[in-house]
Design a protein around this ligand. Structure first.
Ligand SMILES: [Zn+2]
Ligand SMILES: [Zn+2]
Length: 460
């Protein structure tokens, strides 16, 4: 099937700089602003909401990326070809432009264009991640910034190192698991299992020509090897978090992947994060989690599914041990009506939504409601992920009010370990993708609301 051979992150030719990389705001902060939302205009709302914290920031981003409009930006994020003047002459220019999109005073929110000629924005010497228009702002900001400075230091390294994934210079080490899958319950055991193979692979990346070029281009000193190795490991958990979280759902909800004909997983509210930025090979890891499975089909469904990601929801029989990725562009409840109720596509064995965000606004709740009710009423095993403990608590409450039967929730053992900066508000505590999960199956809740609240508080 076509998507398996399609690589979103391809090796760049030596002379050109691929436009794939230049999407810093949403890549760096997929946080509450963007992505996995079913409503058609939500992404645009998220992009322009950057201006709520830093007036003019959305304009600065478009300007620095040589783009005229949000539509053009979106086109590139979705994998289309940009219209005009887009692309960079050399890596130095690209990294410079990317860095420029972070250049605003973290305290008074001033943009470079709003400063007098004698003033320039200077970064915090410790984290190199936030900027200040002068010593006064930096001093006043320190009480807030000190709480996140160390974590933002990691963010600043990770967003440069991510380039190696985009270009294909850092290929995730993959292969069948040498340990029984039951022994691998979290990242600690995963890293122990992979240790020998992984150390050699990471050393090779650290010593590579690409790594040398990267640090020669970014205008800051190359950090120590242990810092770079830590960053590669965080990037690795970020890329594999989604497939392994699907595996967690299959495991915890007791889905029999050994059944004849294979198993089907739908990723609902999928966006460019799950499609444009995903290397299909990353999903091999899901297969290794279930040796002896009878075939796995993962279909991404969402209005923001990237153009070019396989628009296929093939119904051909699955071969034992194979994994197929597909996608459908549209709202899930429409997909259900058109594809599933008509019998064109089989019922899913598991539905997963990464950061649906329905707790965050009435608009999003309205967009998600038909899907949530459908999953409840058809008793589809469902897993959703959340960025924070607070989101966990509010989302649980909503799901209880919808009378869903919550079977499990808590900290995700396969969360991404890469901190995500809240782009337009850098002193906000960084968050981690899929840090928490909730699973539900059908209706009727066993726990009443008060018990639930008590349990959440105990747990974290
Ligand atoms: Zn300032
Ligand atoms: Zn700092």
């Amino acid at each position: 099937m076509a998507p398996r051979s399609r690589r979103r992150r391809h090796k760049k030719s030596s002379s050109s700089v691929t436009p794939v990389v230049v999407t810093p705001p949403t890549v760096v902060t997929s946080v509450p602003l963007t992505s996995s939302k079913p409503g058609p205009s939500i992404d645009a709302l998220g992009f322009f909401s950057l201006d709520n914290n830093v007036p003019g920031l959305s304009h600065l981003i478009l300007q620095k990326l040589n783009m005229k409009s949000y539509e053009e930006y979106k086109l590139v994020v979705d994998g289309g070809t940009p219209v005009s003047g887009f692309g960079f002459q050399c890596p130095q220019e690209m990294f410079q432009r990317m860095e420029d999109t972070f250049r605003f005073c973290a305290h008074c929110r001033a943009l470079p264009s709003g400063l007098s000629d004698s003033k320039v924005l200077r970064h915090c010497k410790r984290c190199r991640n936030v900027y200040y228009c002068g010593p006064e702002c930096q001093r006043s900001d320190w009480p807030a910034h000190r709480k996140v400075c160390q974590e933002l230091c990691l963010v600043a390294v990770d967003r440069l190192m991510e380039w190696l994934l985009v270009t294909g210079d850092f290929v995730l080490p993959s292969g069948p698991w040498p340990w029984p899958a039951e022994a691998v319950q979290d990242w600690d055991t995963w890293f122990s299992m992979k240790r020998l193979h992984l150390d050699a692979a990471l050393d090779a990346v650290l010593g590579s020509h690409a790594m040398a070029t990267l640090w020669a281009s970014v205008g800051r000193p190359r950090p120590d090897p242990d810092i770079l190795q830590g960053s590669l490991k965080r990037l690795l958990t970020d890329a594999l978090s989604r497939p392994l979280t699907l595996g967690l759902g299959l495991r915890s909800l007791g889905i029999d992947v050994g059944k004849t004909g294979g198993s089907i997983v739908h990723v609902v509210g999928a966006s460019h994060v799950e499609t444009f930025l995903t290397r299909p090979e990353d999903y091999d890891e899901l297969g290794y989690m279930f040796p002896g499975h009878q075939g796995l089909r993962v279909i991404m469904v969402g209005v923001d599914v990237a153009t070019g990601f396989s628009q296929s929801t093939s119904t051909s029989p699955l071969e034992p041990g194979t994994l197929q990725l597909g996608a459908h562009r549209g709202l899930y409840h429409d997909f259900w009506e058109e594809q599933i109720e008509t019998g064109r596509t089989a019922h899913p064995d598991l539905v997963v939504a990464f950061h649906p965000g329905f707790h965050s606004s009435p608009d999003l709740m309205e967009a998600w409601l038909p899907t949530l009710l459908l999953l409840r009423d058809y008793e589809i095993p469902t897993l959703i992920t959340l960025y924070s403990h607070q989101e966990l608590a509010t989302s649980l409450q909503i799901l209880v009010e919808l009378d869903t039967h919550i079977t499990a929730y808590g900290a995700n053992p396969f969360m991404s370990l890469k901190p995500e900066q809240v782009y337009s508000n850098p002193n906000k505590q960084p968050v981690y993708c899929s840090a928490y999960y909730i699973m539900f199956l059908g209706s009727f809740c066993q726990l009443d609301k008060r018990q639930l609240e008590g349990k959440v508080d105990d747990e974290v």
